[in-house]
Design a protein around this ligand. Structure first.
Ligand code: ATP
Ligand code: LTN
Length: 339
């Protein structure tokens, strides 16, 4: 997407501080965020209001929110270029989310795969209404900034469709107000699968020991998890959509997302090798991604004042834009302006 009238198109995305970030979050989201930051006007938030759609311990949530922001910077976001902020610091997110919740058809919300998956893990009595309304809050995040592009893993594509549909509905009912955003998925790594179960998406809130490589795993621990990854009883190393070959496909995908090599070149490189060689190669490239990231992360966490100043500036920049959009939407919906 090219700049229009010298203005860069806008990007917005977020990650929930609901646990420790994984290589799935990195390859599906963060890595793209870093790559596009010079070409777009980027806003990246730590979506704490989304995290509370499942139960969170208060002290933990506060800590994870700081850690996530530090991880954004450690992964390569430059706070002088990208606006980094905490979702709950900008109240307009909650306010627009309520307005959109009132317009979101229940049928659309019930069709969301993420809601179906997450609600299936809980009893009807313990599921908060926020889990169902989650996509309206995500729509508010995006629409407040008139974002043109939203870089996410492909599990979020359905929420993006929902956002577009809801924006269209609002524009139709109340007049042209919101920009319709497009989704941006990485070419490789849009869906990293669990190492212990390559038919399920790798997720930061999955408890199983060998499921995910976390960005802060020690390098030996990360290696060990990759060496133990579930594969199959074939010997051939090639990309495949077959369910039985999902484990090898996942390792190749991780390798490709990090090295940016073509599928043909990768298959040729591994043509005469065994699964052990493939795992070692994946472990090497994951370790060389994690090492510098961890060094920057631990350095940042010792500079408490710096992180606070980044989040304060982010809140001011994001807040000004979000407030203006909220005001416009309130006017369009018919709220009496305070005198
Ligand atoms: P949770 O387990 O708490 O639901 P999650 O690990 O699925 O969290 P989110 O915070 O929901 O992570 O996602 C943040 C971003 O990371 C989104 O853009 C999402 O698409 C991306 N992402 C998450 N997991 C993966 C994955 N396994 N592969 C690729 N992208 C992913
Ligand atoms: N729903 C997303 C997180 C998220 C998000 C956003 C992503 C919340 N608000 C706005 C992009 C844009 C998820 O990954 N679960």
């Amino acid at each position: 997407m090219a700049a229009v009238n010298g203005k860069k198109p806008r990007v917005l995305s977020g990650i929930q501080p609901s646990g420790n970030l994984t290589i799935g979050n990195y390859l599906g989201a963060l890595k793209q965020w870093v790559e596009v930051q010079h070409d777009y006007d980027c806003f990246y938030c730590v979506v704490d209001l989304h995290a509370i759609t499942t139960a969170q311990d208060p002290a933990d949530l506060r800590q994870k929110t700081r850690e996530s922001a530090a991880m954004y910077i450690a992964a390569g976001l430059d706070p002088e270029i990208s606006t980094i902020f905490v979702q709950s610091h900008v109240p307009a997110h909650s306010e627009l989310a309520w307005m959109l919740t009132c317009m979101a058809p229940l049928g659309w919300l019930h069709r969301m795969t993420q809601f179906k998956d997450k609600s299936a893990k809980q009893t009807q009595e313990s599921i908060g209404a926020g889990l169902l309304n989650y996509p309206s809050l995500m729509a508010a995040d995006i629409l407040l900034y008139h974002a043109d592009l939203v870089p996410v893993g492909d599990d979020q594509n359905q929420h993006l469709e929902f956002t577009r549909d809801l924006a269209q509905r609002f524009n139709h009912l109340y007049g042209e107000t919101f920009t319709l955003p497009s989704v941006m998925n990485p070419q490789a790594g849009a869906r990293v699968m669990g190492l212990d179960n390559p038919t399920a998406k790798m997720s930061k809130s999955e408890a199983a020991e060998n499921h995910a490589v976390f960005l802060l795993d020690s390098l030996p621990a990360a290696r060990k998890k990759i060496m133990r990854a579930v594969t199959d009883s074939h010997r051939e190393i090639r990309f495949s959509k077959e369910r039985e070959r999902a484990g090898v496909n996942n390792l190749l995908t991780i390798y490709q997302a990090i090295t940016n090599e073509s599928s043909d070149a990768i298959e040729a490189d591994f043509a005469d090798m065994g699964y052990g060689n493939l795992k070692r190669a994946v472990a090497d490239c994951v370790a060389s991604t994690l090492e510098p990231l961890q060094a920057r992360y631990y350095e940042l966490m010792t500079e408490a004042g710096y992180l606070d100043s980044v989040l304060k500036l982010g809140r001011e920049k994001a807040g000004a834009i979000a407030e203006a959009t909220l005001k416009l939407a309130q006017e369009r919906m018919g709220f009496l302006a305070p005198s």
